[in-house]
Design a protein around this ligand. Structure first.
Ligand code: SF4
Length: 157
């Protein structure tokens, strides 16, 4: 079973009320078990919502902070939403008696981004890093990909 960012399969859960529908991801999902999740929705942030980015102004404990464009710290919400999404994915995997083989996540998102994320300045500037949900999955040893690179790594049977 695969975890998929819900916005990639056409669900309108993006911060602006839209989606990031991706035909390659949808085709990939056609013949296999998957669970769509949106950590920011699971955080109860609502759609549409004010966009957030991971802040570079790290506090003394060096933990990631997620701040919305109005300066509100949403670190707790993002952390909780990621945990809820992960728990939902685990439950779905158990229901079909499969292990979670990997995740295809929306690139650049402060939740789902893998490898590159926005830098917290809301200027469209990218830096190296992962979103909060991607980090959680990596901690759980689940391979993570984006809609841009998954075909280079996953052999579609
Ligand atoms: S990138 Fe992740 S958190 Fe953002 S809308 Fe898509 S699924 Fe939700």
């Amino acid at each position: 079973m695969y975890i998929i960012s819900k916005c990639l399969i056409g669900i309108n859960c993006k911060y602006n009320g839209g989606n990031n529908k991706n035909d390659d991801v949808i085709k990939f999902c056609e013949n296999k078990a998957f669970v769509g999740v949106c950590p920011e929705c699971d955080a109860g942030l609502g759609t549409p919502r004010i966009p957030s980015e991971i802040s570079l102004a790290l506090p003394a404990d060096k933990k990631k902070r997620i701040v919305n464009r109005e300066g509100k710290d949403l670190t707790k919400e993002f952390t909780l939403g990621s945990k809820i999404s992960y728990d939902k994915a685990l439950k779905s995997a158990r229901e079909v008696n499969q292990r979670i083989e990997g995740a295809i996540l929306k690139s650049k998102s402060p939740s789902c981004g893998v490898g590159m994320i926005y830098d917290g300045t809301f200027t469209g500037t990218l830096i190296e890093g992962n979103g909060v949900f991607a980090d959680l999955l990596i901690d759980k040893s689940i391979p993570v990909y984006t809609e841009k690179n998954f075909k280079n790594f996953i052999i579609d049977k």
